[in-house]
Design a protein around this ligand. Structure first.
Ligand code: PXG
Length: 286
């Protein structure tokens, strides 16, 4: 059986799942999305992802044509229809088709798309060794222009930074904000450990408030590891004892080198490894 896609109100075969070339999601990146993991048939932190989707939509004045509970049901239904055990869900809401032009009043029918798929993960080797990353010259979007707190379909800012990283042979790329402080990576949040304290930039640093980030903060607090949301500068990451990234796809992954500076001992640190284990257990419901 072919892949089943949820489109607006029903499941359709992937070949029939289409949106208009006039959809403002395509024409202008006008829409919102979420990426969600499925672990052992359980959609991980579904309510949190659905809530963030609706908050992103509210921020761009996009009215999603169904209540949150129905959206969550659509996700569950799509996973079941595709027999997903461990996988990845992409939830997309576009502005819908409209006249050429930016005016949202000339659009109709926002499109709700749920794709349930498998996921390509970082190799086990990378988790063992840790990532080497660089800082992009492309800064994160100014919050006064397009707030990074909105998970919108306009990801060019991140893509441009990611290109710089891949050109340099890096799997992820660090981005600074408009003030020159540490923001986040192109698809992951960043943490450092300094003298036993876990530190991560606050949401007002111009970042996406990652659901994995929030989960790791809670797991750290439960493990009595002190956590601070504080402004970080490049100096702080260069001189950190440990560094790691969090994200739906990456989960928790160590960073061992940034801009040619070795972090700590140049291997994944003990607190990073501990939090990675705690996260994996939590995500897999153990
Ligand atoms: N920052 C940015 C800019 C992101 O896009 C994160 C942080 C981590 O947030 P979560 O909530 O996932 O912990 C993201 C998430 C993809 C993909 O296909 C990207 C994300 C999530 C899932 C898939 O590249 N970004």
């Amino acid at each position: 059986m072919s892949q089943q896609i949820f489109l607006n109100d029903r499941l359709v075969p992937a070949e029939q799942a289409m949106v208009s070339v006039y959809d403002h999601g395509l024409l202008y990146g006008d829409g919102v999305f979420e990426g969600i993991r499925v672990y052992n048939k359980r959609v991980f932190l579904l309510a949190e992802h659905v809530e963030r989707l609706y908050e992103s939509a509210r921020a761009i004045r996009l009215e999603i044509p169904m209540p949150q509970a129905q959206m969550a049901e659509a996700v569950e239904k799509t996973c079941a229809a595709n027999s997903i055990v461990d996988g990845y869900v992409r939830l997309v809401v576009t502005r819908g088709a409209g006249a050429l032009g930016l005016d949202i009043r000339k659009t109709a029918n926002p499109q709700v798309i749920v794709i349930a798929a498998t996921i390509k993960l970082y190799s086990e080797e990378l988790y063992q060794q840790g990532l080497k990353i660089i800082t992009a010259s492309t800064i994160r979007n100014h919050p006064g222009a397009l707030s990074p707190r909105i998970k919108s379909l306009n990801y060019l800012n991140n893509i441009l930074a990611k290109i710089e990283g891949t050109d340099a042979g890096c799997e992820e790329t660090l981005m600074l904000n408009h003030k020159g402080d540490i923001a986040e990576c192109t698809g992951d949040n960043i943490f450092i450990v300094k003298r036993g304290i876990l530190k991560t930039p606050p949401t007002d640093a111009g970042i996406l408030e990652g659901i994995t980030r929030n989960c790791v903060v809670q797991l750290a607090e439960k493990a009595s590891i002190p956590v601070q949301e504080v402004t970080l500068q490049r100096h702080d990451v260069y001189t950190a004892d440990e560094c790691f990234l969090t994200g739906t796809a990456a989960e928790v992954i160590a960073v061992v080198e940034i801009d040619g500076r070795k972090i700590g001992a140049g291997v994944p640190g003990p607190i990073t490894q501990d939090l990675r284990q705690r996260f994996q257990k939590f995500a897999r419901g153990e």
